[in-house]
Design a protein. Structure first.
Length: 212
């Protein structure tokens, strides 16, 4: 096997391990994540994982980064294929709810869970999470600005407020879906944003009239 082949295999192994870490963190919490726990889950030796991450904190930081990558792959990426404007905002929300509904992660949402877990803590892990939330908020606001520039949202719309509402609907959906009927939670989250965007958009026909 060539060096490039070994590197590629090592990267696939690392990514698979981090995918498992993201999933575990949604159930046991990011603070409860450890190299020993991850090794048991994967059926590998702890020393093998130690070659990738020298400490629990290093594993936690890498897990946050992998969760961001998953979010980009499964939510942001599909949404960016939709036309700019309100249709892209709607596609982003739909992709997020679809991600939750597919039960990709056993504990619901990595970011919703860790936001509550780390909101009163200090340190590098909290800082990394805060960076992710800042980037996500900025992305939401950028999409709203694009819709305004296209004339698909009013020029005087409160951009930070609308971005906040979009995110809040997603968080509420995934948290309620864990304790109450998930279909109802997802339907309310979808209908909530659809109503909001159709009320704001001068051309509401760009959006669905209702949910099927």
């Amino acid at each position: 096997m060539t060096l490039d082949g070994r590197l590629a295999r090592g990267e696939r192994t690392r990514t698979a391990a981090l995918d498992a870490a993201v999933a575990l963190a949604t159930e046991a919490g990011l603070d409860g994540l450890s190299l020993a726990q991850l090794a048991d889950t994967l059926g590998v030796s702890k020393s093998g994982l130690f070659a990738h991450w020298r400490s629990k904190e290093a594993l936690q930081l890498a897990t946050v980064d992998r969760a961001v990558e998953q979010w980009q792959e499964r939510i942001i990426g599909p949404a960016l294929r939709a036309p700019r404007g309100v249709r892209r905002l709607w596609a982003l929300h739909e992709a997020r709810i679809d991600f939750y509904a597919a039960r990709v992660l056993p504990g619901g949402c990595f970011f919703a869970n860790t936001e509550f877990e780390y909101n009163a803590r200090l340190g590098p892990v909290r800082d990394r999470l805060a960076e992710a939330f800042v980037r996500w908020t900025a992305f939401l606001e950028r999409l709203v600005h694009e819709a305004v520039a296209l004339g698909e949202l009013p020029a005087d719309v409160d951009v930070p407020q609308l971005a906040y509402e979009i995110d809040a609907l997603g968080i509420s959906a995934v948290m309620r879906s864990r304790l109450l009927d998930p279909d109802t939670a997802y339907r309310h989250a979808r209908q909530g944003l659809l109503n909001r965007l159709r009320a704001l958009c001068p051309e509401p026909t760009l959006l669905p009239e209702g949910l099927s």
